[in-house]
Design a protein around this ligand. Sequence first.
Ligand SMILES: [Zn+2]
Length: 585
Amino acid sequence: MAETPSPKDPEKQVKAETNPKPAPARGGAEAKTKPAPAPAAPKAKADGAPRREAAAAKAAPTAKAAAKAKEPTAKGGAKAAATTAAAPPPEEYQEEAGGAFLHEAIRQTPAWLVSMVVHMVLILILAVWMVPPGDNKGLTQIVVAPPEKEQDQLEELIEEPIQQLDVETPLETVNIEADITKVPEMPKSDDLDAAAVHVDLDELGLDKAPRNDLLATVGTFTGNALDGRGKGKGQMVASGGGNAASERAVALALKWLAAHQLPDGGWSFNHALAPKCKGQCRNPGTELEARNAATAMALLPFLGAGQTHKQGQYKDTVKQGLYFLVSKMQVSPNGGSLLEGGRGQMYSHGLASIVLCEAYGMTHDKGLYNPAQQAVNFICYAQDPVGGGWRYQPRQAGDTSVVGWQIMALKSGHMAYLRVPPATVKKAFQFLDTVQANSGANYGYTDPGAGQATTAIGLLCRMYLGWKKDNPALQRGVKWLAQQGPSINVGAESANMYYNYYATQVMRHIEGEDWTKWNLVMRDSLIKSQMQKGHEEGSWFFKGEHGSEVGGRLYSTSLACMVLEVYYRHMPIYRTQSVEEAFPD
Ligand SMILES: [Zn+2]
């Protein structure tokens, strides 16, 4: 989008950074009173102003043109009426001039004055008498003939602009952008009812059911699944299997991530572009176009640790990152798309959607409601209408990897009380059926199979979509993962972090012996393999899977950090929380 500065344009970047500041109060006030204010939209943001002004300028002339167009016709009509009314004036004159009062007046006035008045009256009468015949011709030529054409032209003038308005539908875009722009400007509004506020998005929103059955079955996950990121975090770390060293690693990772934010608020898989880095860290990724994906991957560990744009030492970092993502959103009747260049377009959208949904769910920031819901809407639109999956492009037949991120996003949206249609979730569930093997214990990529990462993704999705802990297929799948163990070779700096990320979550939710064993290996090998000095301190880089080349050090660091946040990032699905939390070990 034009208003989002490219990383190559530092001046604009500075603008983008400073722009959110001028109008926070206004944005907030508007958000409180009118979550989706159509008329207030143009004022909302300084940064978007040029664009919106342009739109307004477009709209204004057309409106003026219409008004002008109407005015002349009305005037023309009035003139016509006036001229017809002017036709009989002689009679009126005679009536007035012939009054007794006039005779009396004449008698009392000096002769020269009477003479003058009489002459003037005569001249006037003559003029009126003489003009009409000639003027009538003129009128028929000028008033009658041209007005018809003029009116045609005017009608054309009126019609065209109105059609333009309809065709371009700039109003919708303008509205939503205006809402989007409120995100970084959000002042404190810790309104717990935020999620319940109904905002008319567009007609697409009407298909969205308020709750969905499948996700609703995950009872403990409704609304409070992110609670572990808050005050109870320390306890969650201890009871979940983390320790001071793992928390230190998380803190270092966040520091590294914050230091590699670009001036426009986003991140790049080429972390070396960051002004503070300037290539001091090795292993940049190759997927340079995927700024949304990189930004989302950088933000997720912050959110996972309870750092939001409202709370924590990285408030500004998170705020700028959210602003970057939201400003990249392209809204259409299909929802708000965060697709971008590069190969994995729906990866980008899914990742960024998780960020928006989590940030909204954690802060109840009304300014994030629209972007988050729009992102969810786009996922629904982009689902393969036949197979129920997702792939790189919207509506392609799905693969398990892309499906995983979309389901996580839907789940995050659901937890944040956004509208997630049951039909979408059911279809996604059906997609998993088509790639499962061993009766649901293993999962393939686009066909039935038993890949490590795809199995972990498939099982986690099944858990979120309602499989109970005692589901035989789930139990067999978990045993299979436990046998595989975490994928990490500290000495060789190699690991499949993508697999580790999903599998660790599966094991964590299952808990028990398998989890304890898994966690010891996973946790300690990550702590050991984290860079401890130099500019790379706090980061990781693992070879060993496709994603690590594409995403580089940022990708490895993000996933490793989230693995170490597993103790509190999500509440365990199958735990009776109240009991466990009331009586910690
Ligand atoms: Zn660096």
